[in-house]
Write a protein that binds this ligand. Sequence first.
Ligand SMILES: [Zn+2]
Length: 66
Amino acid sequence: MDKTCSIVQDLLPLYEEDMLREETKKFVDGHLAQCAACRAELDALKTDVKPAPVSAPRKRWKNCST
Ligand SMILES: [Zn+2]
């Protein structure tokens, strides 16, 4: 893994929380713009932090069978 990637990915949780200083944020932004791997990492982080809306369990149409 690229060294910058590991730095950026270390920062991603803070980036996601908007806890970074402006200049650090710009650094992360700039890297994300050109690094798909880190963007994917950020995406994964987002789905971790904000649980996807629980999809309704599939109805099983019990009443319909038989
Ligand atoms: Zn990267």
